[in-house]
Ligand binder design. Structure first.
Ligand SMILES: NC(=O)c1ccc[n+]([C@@H]2O[C@H](COP(=O)([O-])OP(=O)(O)OC[C@H]3O[C@@H](n4cnc5c(N)ncnc54)[C@H](O)[C@@H]3O)[C@@H](O)[C@H]2O)c1
Length: 387
């Protein structure tokens, strides 16, 4: 695990005790070495099934099994398919089957060690087996640490699309071991940073509408001043940045669990982002697509007179610095992007709801409505400018 010291501007490793409006308490630990807390969150006498990705055995897996066996927990492992293949009904069935064979009861626990695909599947399994057994998530990608593992959304994919079956289910604990980012490929680090930059662009709105409190230096300034590339795991601000992102998401989800208002703000950059991800047939990672989406909405807002034009350059500079794209790849066709937009869940009849940065970076309007035709024209203009 990579050594990095805590930055004076940011928090040290944190403990958050978060109670959702579903009245579930989730303990969240962030930092290096938090994995050693696994035994305390699982408790003695609990059987554990570790669900993991088919990667080589590593220090994290050894720490988990060592700590649990010290406490005398019965411990089992199951290796699931990698990436999206993990979120299939076949995998779901095979894990249900395994839990039955092992005689798991309600007080036993699933420990999910992996990226967002694995935590989505694990949450679905844990929420449905016996109508809910204990779940501990150990997210191993940056995207999962700041987003996918946080907020209670679980999902599997169906034949006709991604995330078509799911439920809200909250884990008992989330252990965010930041040292695990050391083995993550650069492209995955960049992808996770797109979501972090999104949080930075929401911070003031979230602080104004929830219990989240920004630090003396805004997340945006911190990233602009301290982050020179995507290697956040080598940067002293790492734990603080991840902590702030998690706190923002938890605060938003606590205020609006079912996405009736404020939670929509988390879709900043995602309207065009999702359409690009689909039109590229997932050749663009989620974060890469969101990055382009962030540039689009920032530019749109400045053209509409809601934001200083300098903000666009500011966002572009930060995204570029961490290895993210800021223009639509020439290989993507407008017709395909438009087709994907038609399936957007935020679309209503003739208009679509957009999250628009307003006033200054850090603030958004999450109820902005735009005529579908105008949005298409704006996207077409953005594509033209991308060439
Ligand atoms: N539930 C939610 O709220 C939510 C939010 C955002 C995304 N998601 C979902 O998350 C998924 C994407 O998550 P992801 O980006 O983490 O992708 P992923 O889970 O597919 O992981 C990406 C790759 O990284 C590898 N990997 C994981 N940890 C590693 C590590 N520490 N070192 C080296 N390699 C590692 C994995 O084996 C995999 O090949 C999508 O299915 C998406 O729908 C869910």
């Amino acid at each position: 695990m990579s050594p990095h010291k805590h930055h004076p501007l940011t928090n040290p490793a944190i403990n958050i005790l978060w109670r959702s409006s579903f009245d579930v308490e989730t303990k969240v630990f962030v930092g290096q070495g938090v994995l050693s807390r696994i035994a305390t969150v699982v408790g003695p006498g609990t059987k554990c099934l570790l669900l993991r990705q088919p990667r080589e055995k590593n220090e994290a897996m050894e720490t988990i099994s060592r700590e649990l066996s010290k406490q005398g927990n019965e411990f089992f492992e199951m290796v699931l398919p990698d990436g999206e293949a993990c979120k299939s009904s076949n995998t779901l069935l095979s894990v249900w089957q395994k839990l039955q064979e092992l005689g798991f009861g309600r007080d036993d626990a699933i420990v999910a060690l992996g990226g967002g695909a694995l935590s989505d599947l694990s949450g679905f399994v844990a929420g449905t087996y016996l109508r809910g057994i204990n779940l501990i998530i150990i997210p191993t990608t940056l995207l999962a640490q700041v987003d996918a593992a946080i907020g209670g959304k679980t999902a599997i994919n169906l034949t006709f699309g991604k995330n078509l079956a799911g439920l809200f289910y909250f884990p008992k604990a989330i252990l965010v071991e930041t040292g695990m980012l050391a083995t993550l490929p650069a492209r995955q680090l960049s992808s996770g940073l797109a979501e972090v930059i999104k949080y930075a662009m929401l911070e003031q709105t979230i602080a104004a509408e929830t219990e989240y409190r920004a630090g003396p230096v805004s997340l945006l300034e911190l990233l602009e001043n301290e982050l020179t590339d995507q290697n956040i795991h080598l940067n002293p601000i790492c734990d603080g940045v991840i902590t702030s992102s998690i706190k923002m998401k938890l605060a938003v989800v606590a205020k609006d669990p079912l996405e009736a208002g404020l939670r929509r703000s988390l879709n900043l950059g995602h309207t065009l982002g999702h359409a690009l991800e689909q039109a590229s047939n997932f050749a663009l990672t989620h974060g890469e697509a969101v990055a382009i989406g962030l540039v689009f909405v920032t530019g749109l807002s400045s053209r509409l007179g809601h934001l200083d034009p300098g903000a666009v350059k500011q966002v572009e500079k930060l995204l570029t610095r961490v290895g993210l794209p800021i223009r639509v790849p020439a290989s993507l066709k407008f017709a395909d992007i438009k087709k994907s937009l038609l399936h957007d869940k935020k679309r209503q009849k003739d208009e679509i709801r957009l999250v628009l940065p307003t006033d200054r970076l850090g603030k958004v309007d999450y109820s902005y409505r735009m005529d579908n035709k105008e949005l298409s024209e704006q996207i077409a203009a953005f594509l033209e400018a991308s060439v």
